[in-house]
Design a protein around this ligand. Structure first.
Ligand code: ATP
Length: 279
């Protein structure tokens, strides 16, 4: 069984809960504060690790308290953080204000994520996974590392529009939602998975819609990250593409049933049980 390598972003998400969002220049009293580990790279690495994969994470963090906390949190999931480099400047942070109505305001300070250079070669990785919250050069370096070692290269070009479409199309596998697909124009990778939210997912160009596994959804943030990380874990185990996709979809259906992103990533036994129930 091969390892999953993830080269991507790592953030501390800082949630402030307020009655209503402030106007410019206004000071308000908040109700509560929550710190949550985030960043698409870290979310996908955690999803893959909980699904049973050996995972290495390549990225960058500041030499600050948030950086230390996030490293510890990845280690607790058994993720190898040897290639998570400490750099000057702050760890990536997302500042998220959420008002009572659910409306929010988000500021992302990418900090150390802008200094990610790409993975170190070697490492016995059979599939490299990356996203678009790190510099384009680091995404190119991830693809080149995969090519040099004969590993599969998977990209989730999220947020949409940050990576050149012709770079995305050079990967073996691309996982996109509708807006990320639109940003690709007509360009496609050999395997392109289109996710359709509660409707499920399909393999382009002509695969049928695979319906989402039934779920009692309470918070759909991180559904895409669950699918990508767990699909990569399935591929590293040698599952064929469609089976790995269904494995990822089962994890995503579990992730939407609880709040938060990394806390919602399900363990292997629950994913297996949901796959079995869907047969
Ligand atoms: P996000 O950016 O919020 O992580 P995304 O846009 O990348 O999401 P989606 O297409 O919304 O990704 O969802 C990914 C997968 O999660 C879907 O293909 C589906 O399998 C699963 N999923 C999403 N919502 C639900 C739901 N309500 N019930 C069951 N499964 C769901």
């Amino acid at each position: 069984m091969g390892r999953v390598g993830v080269c991507g972003s790592l953030n501390m998400d800082v949630f402030g809960y307020v009655e209503r969002l402030p106007h410019p220049g206004e000071t308000l009293r908040g109700r509560s504060l929550l710190y949550a580990p985030g960043g698409k790279g870290a979310n996908q690495a955690v999803a893959a690790a909980r699904a049973g994969a050996d995972v290495s994470f390549a990225g960058a963090r500041g030499r600050d308290g948030f950086g230390e906390t996030l490293v510890e949190s990845l280690r607790r999931d058994g993720i190898d953080v040897t290639a998570l480099e400490p750099v000057n400047g702050p760890t990536g942070v997302a500042l998220i204000l959420v008002e009572e109505s659910g409306e929010n305001q988000i500021v992302v300070i990418s900090g150390a994520n802008d200094r990610v250079r790409g993975p170190a070669p070697g490492d016995n990785v059979s599939i490299w996974v990356t996203q678009a919250e790190i510099p384009v050069e680091a995404v190119v370096a991830t693809l080149e590392t995969a090519r040099a070692s004969g590993a599969t290269a998977l990209v989730n070009p999220a947020p949409a529009g940050r990576l050149p479409a012709d770079l995305v199309a050079r990967f073996d596998i691309v996982v996109v939602n509708e807006s990320e697909l639109e940003a690709l124009g007509g360009q496609r990778a050999p395997v392109t998975v289109l996710t359709l939210g509660a409707a499920g997912a399909r393999l382009l160009p002509d695969g049928p819609v695979l319906p989402a596994l039934p779920a009692q959804a309470v918070d759909t943030t991180g559904a895409g990250d669950a699918l990508v990380g767990v699909m990569a874990a399935g591929l590293a185990e040698g599952m064929p593409v469609e089976r790995a996709l269904r494995f990822g979809m089962a994890a995503a259906s579990l992730a939407v049933e609880s709040t938060g992103c990394q806390p919602a990533m399900p363990p292997r036994d629950r994913i297996d049980a949901r796959v079995a129930a869907a047969r």
